[in-house]
Design a protein around this ligand. Structure first.
Ligand code: NAD
Length: 306
């Protein structure tokens, strides 16, 4: 019988492609336009693999009469029309935890850049200045890390914060206090955490309950001179309120990997000297991408066989 045909519509690291090649006919279509996908590639596809670039709309799904599985090499499936897939009985598989460590490490990339004034100090040196007294930093040792959300990423951040000699507070209504203590953190109510933490790092999903969770009132509760890190989702932090807290000198700085709208365009936050920002790179490491590629390939193969 014919091997199933898998259309890979976003760049997939080699490890994942190799797994697929053993059992499938692989159409490496990284970068293909929606139009090419619809007219040329999807009509004969049994499976489709994407990362986040390709939007798997109802329209694309309708163009793929043989499609049985859609794989997303990563966690979020907001780029896939799940209703349209379900209606056709198409299985959607994703990879939940491949970039947990990548995001946890990125929290410290942002935080250390902030407390050691890395970006302005480096810029000033490149401009030929040698301003050793201007960029005196702060240590993490002895400071309090406050984690809002204590799931996979929050827990990895906690371990690393402890390695830096920080005390860790965690607010997560869905994780038992005993579990939080087991992992070396202290359970805290949100208001208490905000009032005590030198660094607040957000690790919840974006839900109706967490939208603008870190808004005007929460920011006003934070310690003067504290830092805010958001590598979770943009809508959780109120960007206007954050801008005010930063420009009024209430917060010392913010590290942002995610934005309410991405890309954020001319967000005034990006122009502030005490903001370190990255374009949603938290999960983007070679290791995470290789893991995700292998894991999504395995799941797609399982779904095709099952
Ligand atoms: P997870 O599901 O393992 O953990 C999320 C935690 O948030 C859970 O323990 C849950 O109980 C808690 N939570 C839910 N609602 C809450 C609320 N109202 N208040 C407090 N806690 C609440 O998820 P994760 O893998 O740790 O991911 C955390 C976040 O990081 C998600 O928003 C995810 O989208 C984001 N993320 C970002 C990147 C990136 O590239 N920047 C990559 C991966 C994940």
């Amino acid at each position: 019988s014919r091997k199933p045909r898998v259309v890979v519509a976003d760049p997939l690291p080699r490890d994942g492609l190799a797994l697929l090649h053993a059992h499938c006919e692989v159409v490496d279509a990284a970068g293909a336009s929606p139009d090419i996908l619809r007219r040329e590639l999807l009509p004969t596809a049994d499976a489709l693999i994407v990362r986040s670039r390709v939007k798997v709309t109802a329209d694309l799904i309708a163009a793929a009469p043989r499609l049985r599985v859609i794989g997303r090499a990563g966690v979020g499936v907001d780029n896939i029309d799940l209703d349209a897939a379900t209606e056709r009985g198409i299985v959607v598989v994703n990879v939940a935890d491949g970039n947990t460590v990548a995001v946890a490490e990125h929290v410290f990339a942002l935080l250390l850049a902030l407390v050691r004034r890395l970006l302005p100090a480096s810029a000033s040196l490149r401009e030929g200045r040698w301003e050793r007294s201007r960029w005196v930093g702060e240590e993490l040792r002895g400071k309090v890390m406050g984690l809002v959300g204590f799931g996979r990423i929050g827990q990895e951040v906690a371990q690393r914060a402890r390695a830096f000699g920080m005390a860790v507070l965690a607010y997560d209504p869905y994780v038992p206090d005993a579990r939080i203590r087991e992992l070396g953190a202290e359970p805290a109510a949100l208001d208490d955490l905000l009032a005590r933490a030198d660094v607040v790092s957000v690790h919840t999903p974006l839900t109706p309950a967490t939208r603008n969770l870190i808004g005007e009132a929460a920011l006003a509760r934070m310690r003067p001179g504290a830092y805010l890190i958001n590598t979770a989702r943009g809508g959780i932090v109120d960007e206007q309120a954050l801008y005010r807290a930063l420009t009024e000198g209430r917060l010392a700085g913010a590290g942002l990997d995610v934005f309410a709208t991405e890309p954020p365009g001319e967000s005034p936050l990006l122009a502030l000297p005490n903001v370190v920002a990255t374009p949603h790179l938290g999960g983007s490491t070679r290791e995470a991408q290789a893991y995700n590629a292998r894991a999504v390939a395995e799941q797609v193969l399982r779904a095709l066989q099952g």
